[in-house]
Design a binder for this molecule. Sequence first.
Ligand code: ADP
Ligand code: 5GP
Length: 197
Amino acid sequence: MYKGKTFIISGPSGVGKSTVLKELFQDRDDLCFSVSATTRPPRPGEINGVHYHFTDVDEFRKMISEDAFLEYAEYVGNFYGTPKKFVDEAMEQGKDVVLDIEVQGALQVVHKRPDVVRIFIAPPSWQALEERLTSRGTDSPEKVQKRLVRAKVELQTANTYDYFVINDTVERAVREINAIMLAEHCKPAERMAILSE
Ligand code: ADP
Ligand code: 5GP
């Protein structure tokens, strides 16, 4: 069986990554979401083990020392990391895995696994990003400002990604991500391996 692929989705906080991914995951049992560990407290409605593995700094550091992360990074005062075991097991089962991670972590994964596919999600405008981040209502004005400062830096890295999707409407963003995933499975290496089997 052919191994699954890893897809990274990055983009500024509030651009709509979770919203787009929720839609993408409808009726897709060939696709797995990599649930990250984080030291950030849960937002209302977030479920431990579904949206994140919520943990504390001591446990996070322990996981670092056990080399349990494929990558990890600090983001606006909290740690976030991708548990390695889950990603490896899903790919071995032939499933594609989606990582919703920020740009520093994405770079770490590229160095370890150069065949990863990176998709950057951008807002249709700076104003739209500010509005989405504020209207979500999950972060204090101070945190919103910190996330916007970080967003400026992140947007500058977008041209290093493999693909660039603008989340003007969720439907269009999902369509484009589906198209990217399909195209990546039409690469000669994979198709020829299937043929030779
Ligand atoms: P992220 O996961 O990137 O931090 P979210 O998915 O939480 O962002 O989305 C942030 C806010 O923007 C949410 O309130 C969501 O409903 C809204 N949103 C997401 N995509 C769109 C879109 N295409 N148009 C308008 N609002 C959107
Ligand atoms: P939020 O707090 O809004 O859920 O996430 C903040 C940022 O952390 C987002 O850019 C998100 O993509 C990123 N993130 C979530 N999980 C991980 C992870 O495991 N590793 C890294 N490096 N970033 C992550």
